[in-house]
Write a protein that binds this ligand. Structure first.
Ligand SMILES: N[C@@H](CCC(=O)N[C@@H](CS)C(=O)NCC(=O)O)C(=O)O
Length: 124
C-alpha cells in the first residue's frame, strides 16, 4: 500500500503549495532604511523546512507577509542540513528557525506557531 500513499502525499503537497501561491498575502512595505536594518537582523536566521510540509508553508507565508529575507534550508533532501537539524537542533522536526545571536549563542526554535509569533513580535 505504501506505493499508493507516496504519490497521494506528493499530490496533496503540490496542492498545498499551489493554494499558498495563489493566496499569498501582500508583503508589508517599509522604507528602505528600515528594511535594510531588518535584513541585517535576519542574516543570522535560517529556516529548516520541507517544501511540502503544511506547517512550513504556514511559516513561509509569515516570512513572506513580513517581507523578511530568511534563508530556507531543505532538511529533507540536503544531508548536511538534515544532520545539522538533528544533531544541533535536537530533533527531526520542521519548521525550525535557527537564530544565531550576536554573542554567538544559537537558539533552535521549533513549532510553527511559536516561530510565527516570534517573527510577528520582532518585525511587524
Ligand atoms: N506542531 C508542529 C508540527 C510540525 C510537523 O509535524 N512537521 C512534520 C512535517 S509536516 C515533521 O517535522 N515531520 C518529521 C518527519 O517527517 O519525520 C508545528 O506546528 O510546527
Amino acid at each position: 500500500m505504501g506505493f499508493i500513499f507516496k504519490p497521494v502525499r506528493w499530490i496533496l503537497g503540490q496542492i498545498i503549495i499551489f493554494i499558498d501561491w495563489i493566496s499569498r498575502p501582500k508583503p508589508v512595505l517599509r522604507d528602505s532604511q528600515k528594511q535594510e536594518e531588518i535584513d541585517r537582523q535576519t542574516e543570522n536566521m535560517a529556516l529548516y523546512q520541507f517544501k511540502q510540509c503544511p506547517f512550513c508553508v504556514k511559516t513561509r507565508r509569515q516570512i513572506h507577509r513580513l517581507a523578511l529575507t530568511i534563508e530556507t534550508r531543505d532538511a529533507k533532501n540536503d544531508k548536511n542540513w538534515n544532520q545539522e537539524l538533528i544533531n544541533d537542533g535536537g530533533k527531526y522536526q520542521v519548521p525550525c528557525l535557527k537564530i544565531t545571536r550576536p554573542d554567538g549563542s544559537v537558539e533552535w526554535m521549533y513549532e510553527s506557531s511559536k516561530i510565527n509569533q516570534y517573527l510577528e513580535e520582532k518585525f511587524s
